[in-house]
Design a protein around this ligand. Structure first.
Ligand code: SF4
Length: 353
């Protein structure tokens, strides 16, 4: 199949904008991302994936870097970004502010998947026997690497994809297609001498620029890790109950950009307006966990993970009003992991106690 003329590219771009995507880039699917694949395997060899063993199981999956494995005859990877930071986040209730921005509302996957399916359906109409496959996190592709090849943005020293004019608070998705569309050029990395994200990381999770050690990252510690958070990193978890935005908050590219065009999708769930961190340490929390996290990314951390995180945050907060709840959890919570976290919190440098 020869290169498609510009009209296809314009039609796809216009349709993507109509669907609510904020940025789009086109990458050639012809050559696999071999250099990125090697970096990925080095990352696993160094054991940086911690308890995320599913990454190891798929270590040799060519799907990550070779789009032909996911769609035979694929010619183009259409890479898309949608902003999610909101203009009114300052008024979020305290419970929501302890959650990373992407996770404060409903799980975004359903809405994003629907839009990607609609775009894929549109792409199929652009030629005879054109195939298109939407990708929304289910397939193990290296999506930031594809997005960088597509010129959607560049990968910053914090490992995030930074989309010029939009920053890094963006959700990514892709549509693979057999339609040949002229690719965009990759854009050069623009961090220069800046090191703000590396300096701001509360747990020193960047051993060097562009390399994140997830085992030290607050997102991993509060979401993926099932057992005890390492004691040396608990203070660094600070006020983060679920995920962390610190390395993005300080980035100059995230400042001054426009807020999400459909902010309500990412607004905090109503039920969180009256939720307190101490509620997560209540003896009956496990039975109320589903009700609190239904339809939300918080479900991923599980009831023990959230209770453990709440104990650590309350310990860091040192608000004496939470001390009785922590003391009770330390002595009688059914989970050993939570008892240990609460014990640490109770003993962690409280003023005048
Ligand atoms: Fe790059 Fe600075 Fe942003 Fe880090 S904070 S990603 S170094 S521009």
């Amino acid at each position: 199949m020869t290169a498609s003329p510009s009209p296809s590219k314009k039609l796809v771009t216009d349709k993507a904008k109509e669907l609510g995507f904020d940025a789009i880039g086109f990458a050639s699917a012809k050559a696999p991302l071999e250099a990125d694949f090697q970096r990925y395997r080095d990352f696993l060899r160094e054991g940086m994936h911690g308890e995320m063993t599913w990454l190891e199981e798929g270590a040799d999956l060519r799907e990550r870097v070779d789009s032909a494995e996911l769609l035979e005859g694929s010619e183009t990877v259409i890479c898309l970004a949608r902003r999610y930071q909101r203009a009114d986040e300052e008024s979020d209730p305290p419970f929501a502010r302890s959650i990373a921005r992407y996770a404060r509302g409903h799980d975004y996957h359903n809405g994003l998947r629907k839009k990607l399916r609609q775009l894929a359906a549109f792409v199929r109409t652009l030629g005879e026997r054109v195939e298109a496959r939407p990708l929304c996190d289910e397939e193990p592709i290296l999506e930031r690497a594809w997005a960088a090849r597509a010129g959607l943005g560049f990968v910053g020293k914090n490992g995030m994809l930074i989309v010029p004019g939009h920053g890094s608070y963006v959700l990514l998705g892709e549509v693979l297609t057999t339609l040949a569309i002229e690719p965009d050029s990759a854009i050069p990395e623009r961090c220069g001498s800046c090191t703000r994200c590396l300096d701001a990381c509360p747990t020193r999770a960047f051993p060097r620029p562009f390399v994140l050690d997830p085992r030290r990252c607050v997102a991993y510690l509060t979401i993926e890790l099932e057992g005890d958070a390492p004691e040396s990193l608990r203070e660094g978890i600070g006020e983060h109950l679920f995920g962390c935005d610190d390395c993005q908050t300080v980035c100059p590219f995230t400042r001054g950009h426009k807020a999400a065009s459909r902010a309500e999708t990412f607004a905090p769930l109503e039920r969180w307006s009256t939720t307190e961190l101490t509620d997560l340490l209540a003896p009956d929390f496990e039975s109320r966990f589903g009700e609190l996290t239904r339809g939300s990314p918080l479900f991923r951390a599980g009831p023990v993970g959230l209770a453990r995180n709440a104990a650590i945050v309350l310990g860091n907060r040192k608000d004496v009003s939470s001390l009785p709840v922590l003391q009770t959890a330390a002595s009688s919570h059914p989970s050993l992991v939570v008892r240990r976290a609460a014990t640490w919190a109770v003993n962690w440098g409280w003023p005048n106690t």
